[in-house]
Design a binder for this molecule. Structure first.
Ligand SMILES: *[C@@H]1O[C@H](CO)[C@@H](O)[C@H](O)[C@H]1NC(C)=O
Ligand SMILES: *[C@@H]1O[C@H](CO)[C@@H](O)[C@H](O)[C@H]1NC(C)=O
Length: 179
């Protein structure tokens, strides 16, 4: 996988996207449980305030997870043009959490987003621990200027071996900020 794709993935997987002079608006944030035996409790919600989208939620599982694969894709929609797939990747998510990816950029993102969590998640993920995300948002200044105004759809699914545990979908828009 190229560095470019990895950047896109990580940006997306951290809810954010692109564009210094842009506003990243999230219209929909859905967390769906696929393995109902694993999750004790979970939530995901979105707040819109002053043109910024804030994401919060929590999850609690009932057994150790030490092997987690992330499959993620992101599509850009600019009707009437055809949809454009930015990436579709499969990564060892535990390696990312445990800093197995030595890439400086990924680390910066990881550290930036870890501040919205009550604890830095590491593998194995712990049972009966309430992993909580509080008002995570896009730091637009951190993002490179890549894309025009568009809508996006980002999907992330979490798997153990080939078993689907849960998946997340974000739908939103990249808007040009009029300065
Ligand atoms: C939100 O964005 C709109 C349109 O760009 C602008 O008119 C408005 O002042 C912004 N509001 C805040 C609180 O930034
Ligand atoms: C986990 O924490 C969140 C946020 O504080 C809270 O809303 C939720 O009820 C907690 N869930 C459990 C099962 O403790």
């Amino acid at each position: 996988m190229s560095f470019h794709k990895l950047c896109l993935l990580v940006l997306a997987s951290l809810i954010n996207c692109y564009l210094c002079a842009h506003v990243v608006h999230v219209d929909r944030f859905i967390f769906t449980v696929d393995d109902h035996d694993l999750f004790v409790s979970q939530s995901a919600f979105l707040e819109q305030e002053s043109n910024r989208s804030y994401l919060s939620g929590h999850m609690m599982i009932n057994r150790l997870i030490n092997d987690l694969t992330l499959v993620s894709s992101m599509d850009i929609l600019r009707p009437p043009r055809p949809e454009m797939r930015l990436y579709n990747v499969k990564l060892n998510f535990c390696s990312i959490l445990n800093n197995g990816y030595k890439n400086k950029f990924i680390r910066m993102l990881y550290n930036n987003y870890a501040e919205f969590l009550n604890a830095k998640p590491k593998c194995p993920l712990k049972p009966n621990f309430n992993y909580t995300l509080t008002r995570a948002y896009v730091d637009e200044d951190m993002l490179p200027d890549l894309l025009p105004e568009c809508s996006y759809r980002m999907k992330m699914s979490f798997q153990q071996k080939s078993k689907l545990l849960a998946h997340i979908q974000f739908d939103g828009r990249l808007l040009v900020k009029k300065r």
